[in-house]
Design a protein around this ligand. Sequence first.
Ligand SMILES: [Fe+2]
Length: 239
Amino acid sequence: MRVRQLFDSGSSTYSYLVWDIDSREAALIDPVQEQAGRDAGLVRELGLTLKYTLETHVHGDHVTGSGYLREALNSIVIAHENSRTKCADVLVRDGDFIPLGHQRINILFTPGHTNNHVCLTIPGAIFTGDSLLIGSCGRTDHHSGDPGAQYDSITEKLFALPDDTLVYPGHDYHGKTCSTIGEEKTYNPQIGAHVSRQAFIEAVSSIKLDPPQRLLEALPANLRCGMPIHHAGHTTAIS
Ligand SMILES: [Fe+2]
């Protein structure tokens, strides 16, 4: 499996193009609408077939590019069943997997940031969306967030993975790109192995943050896969 990390500077979002080397079948994790042209171009340039776009959750800080990529490249839109995203082609749950040639991407249900959050695993790596971030974790104070669930998902499911598992987060605001489960268990000041459940819940509950700037726009747009309200289903050109 190959992984290409992609960045959207407007929302500090990482998207990930993952593909099977033999079949050249690919999946794009958390595409950003403003980068849909870039992403489609990269897929073509690398000679890949974009089989799927995968959402780690219904985002509140950016609008997904999944609808535009589906129109351009005929990809299948996948999200967790709790998202109730009517525009998705496939709704998945914990333990499901997505085939890419002879490889697979595994679905790990990790509620906390939202109630529809999943992490995605491939051999040796995990895409953590807005659950575990480098040196922190995703906020749990809006939408369907739950601090206790976030703690349980990260400490019980993610920290159970081998220490050398690469951690690819959904965002980073400090220029960091990648970490490992072992490093986060040891050094993450917010939710490392030394932080108790109660201490975590108290700490995050005391943080007062402004809502994401694009929250009111992004949530309904993402339930339409980023497409306009009265979209008639005709092909939208991106390049
Ligand atoms: Fe998020």
